[in-house]
Design a protein around this ligand. Structure first.
Ligand SMILES: *Cc1c(COP(=O)(O)O)cnc(C)c1O
Length: 410
């Protein structure tokens, strides 16, 4: 009989959003007339910007004649997009076009890049957290079995709580890989320049690698919040950065993102060994073996998001989502709750009164106000007693949700 990879048996069974969907459809079935307002899942709702749509149409038409037709493309992405990315997003940060690896989104890159590290690597993640960081390491055998709280013995957890501005403390135990996501999903927290520098310096000192998830870079409003980790001196020796067109340009369905893997990022060939290898060559080898590239037409669409017109349109999308986030933030502040996020990120993170159970609050907000949010417990043990709402709904629905909230008793 064939035997499965037992590491997969250590994964939590029910994915957070399937449990939410189950409760929402049960509620909808018994209250068919009620309009539900979904401010739960981190998916965008606005259509793609006009310049992206034009670029898509043009690229599709190119495929209809022999001169414009494209077959397999370079696995790491077309030069036109890699060059547009560097010129638009990394000017002055010492990043070259051949250090950009285009993909079909940041989730795959974040989930896959850990493959380049030894299986006994220790990984540190913030808590609460985007579930992909922990789960992909559990699949790779680095987690072990979870305890009653859902914490894996092999993972170093760094609690991020409101009293510390959602900034983790440097771990006491040395990690090989550190996952940082700023602006943060789910808390909306940020790392300002001096804070991010502390992490880069720590990683250099400890010879750790930082996986920097910058999926929400476009939502940054404050001037002292770095848009890229490469704004910090020395980061090119210790950090990989992940970016995505999903939230800033509406590509959650179209699919495009990229990983920045600097040539200067080296890791030891074995513990204690002197010889080092660049991650860049290994990631190229991995991608050319297991991946065949993001579609040409999608890369043309992504390129359009870097044009002056495309940038303006994306900025308008982001501004509309941030306006919603601001309304949600104000709505809950008026209810007297401790609220964070919604300033440099489209997420609003609530501390529930008297540490109420986040699933109970989810059920009550759904039942009494018809609003769907996300229980904080779904993002990790430190998310218990917290709740996430997103600015990704449309403006009218978000306004209506806040009117309903005004009449809701906490
Ligand atoms: C949405 C999101 C991403 C982007 O994922 P894609 O695969 O590019 O759609 C990455 N990281 C975090 C934390 C996210 O919330």
């Amino acid at each position: 009989m064939s035997v499965i990879n037992a590491d997969y048996l250590n994964l939590p069974g029910s994915y957070l959003f399937s449990e939410i969907a189950r409760r929402v459809s049960a509620h909808a079935a018994s209250n068919p007339a009620r309009k539900l307002i979904r401010l739960g899942i981190g998916d965008v709702t606005s259509p793609l910007p006009p310049s992206v749509i034009r670029a898509l149409h043009k690229a599709v038409d190119e495929q209809a004649d022999a001169a414009g037709f494209r077959g397999y493309g370079p696995e790491q992405g077309y030069a036109f997009l890699r060059e547009a990315v560097v010129a638009d997003a990394f000017k002055g940060h010492g990043i070259e076009a051949d250090e950009i690896f285009v993909s079909d989104g940041a989730k795959c890159d974040i989930g896959n890049l850990q493959e380049l590290f030894s299986s006994d690597s220790r990984v540190a993640i913030t808590d609460p957290v985007y579930p992909v960081y922990a789960d992909s390491n559990v699949m790779a055998g680095r987690g072990g079995a979870p305890d009653a709280d859902g914490r894996f013995a092999g993972i170093i957890y760094m609690p991020c709580t409101a009293d510390k501005d959602f900034i983790p403390e440097l771990p006491r135990e040395r990690p090989d890989i550190i996952y940082l996501c700023y602006p943060n999903n789910p808390t909306g927290g940020v790392l300002r320049r001096n804070e991010l520098k502390k992490w880069v310096d720590y990683a250099r000192e400890q010879e750790s690698v930082i996986f920097f998830d910058a999926a929400y870079e476009a939502f940054i409003a404050d001037a002292d919040v770095p848009h890229s980790i490469y704004e910090i001196e020395g980061a090119r020796e210790v950090a990989v950065e992940f970016r995505s067109y999903s939230k800033m340009a509406g590509f959650t369905g179209l699919r495009c993102g990229y990983a920045v893997v600097p040539r200067t990022l080296l890791c030891r060939n074995a513990r204690g060994a002197m010889q080092k290898t660049a991650l860049h060559g290994l990631w190229m080898r991995r991608q050319t073996t297991k991946y065949n590239g993001c579609p040409y037409i999608v890369q043309r669409a992504a390129e359009a998001a870097h044009s002056p017109e495309g940038k303006g349109e994306c900025a308008a999308l982001v501004a509309a989502y941030m306006r919603n986030a601001g309304l949600i933030r104000e709505g809950f502040v008026r209810k007297g709750l401790t609220v964070s996020g919604g300033v440099n990120a489209p997420y609003v993170w609530l501390r529930l009164p008297e540490d109420a159970d986040s699933w109970d609050f989810f059920d009550r907000l759904l039942r009494e106000a018809g609003i769907v949010g996300t229980p904080g417990a779904g993002f990790g043990p430190s998310g218990k007693g917290c709740f996430r709402l997103t600015g990704f709904g449309n403006a009218a629905d978000t306004e209506e949700a806040m009117e309903r909230l005004a009449a809701f008793s906490l």
